[in-house]
Design a binder for this molecule. Structure first.
Ligand code: CO
Length: 214
């Protein structure tokens, strides 16, 4: 089928409801966007950025990929971060992972999957880096949960070390990086206590996040 009438219908109904609440909503939104937040999250369909934090269009700039990975040379992600920080001047960058992440799960197993293994390699690096702490967790599900959390900590750390964030802080721009994890089973976000607002906070925040459980 070439058309998706059910989705177009849902769109019409959504736009009608938004307009009924605020007749100027779309006209105002068309003028400019000024989101305060950049969201870096997983592509998982169960973790939609706007909905789980109750934000409307225009309020959050979004980048999503498998397992919310921030790779130092990923120019897709870096371009999003640069636009958000340098042009939109967002005040917060949120790295939000989630428990039960299929990408993290696949990375924690040593099965050959193909192309995606190159992407998952970054999470396998996280797993290897924290092998001692992870191996000390006897329960398999708990160990998987902890790897999901550690992945957020590492990716938030990677955000802090990008030239973009470093330059913003050097210029005195107000910008904080946050590490969050979402639980699909209850719809709730947990803060992983990895909030960083300047280069001098990176090392301490990292140590706390790695050393303490959520
Ligand atoms: Co995921």
């Amino acid at each position: 089928m070439r058309l998706l009438p059910e989705l177009i219908e849902k769109n019409r109904s959504w736009a009608k409801n938004v307009t009924a609440e605020n007749p100027n909503f779309f006209a105002e939104l068309a003028k400019k966007q000024s989101p305060k937040y950049l969201w870096i999250g997983c592509s998982d369909s169960r973790v939609p950025a706007n909905q789980i934090v109750g934000l409307m269009p225009g309020e959050v700039f979004v980048h999503r990929n498998i397992a919310n990975v921030v790779v130092h040379t990923d120019f897709n992600c870096l371009s999003v971060v640069e636009f958000a920080v340098a042009v939109l001047k967002v005040k917060h960058i949120i790295v939000c992972g989630h428990y039960g992440c299929g990408g993290v799960k696949a990375a924690s197993q040593n099965q050959y999957l193909g192309l995606i293994d190159n992407w998952l390699r970054h999470i396998r690096d996280v797993r290897n880096k924290h092998d001692a702490a992870l191996s000390a967790i006897a329960d398999e599900n708990e160990r998987f949960d902890r790897l999901c959390e550690l992945n957020v900590v590492e990716q938030a750390n990677n955000v802090c070390h990008t030239t973009i964030v470093q330059e913003a802080w050097a210029k005195g721009q107000e910008l904080s990086v946050h590490g969050w994890i979402y639980k699909i089973q209850d719809g709730l976000i947990r803060d992983i206590q990895v909030t960083i607002s300047g280069p001098d906070e990176i090392a301490d925040a990292y140590k706390v996040a790695i050393g303490s459980d959520v």
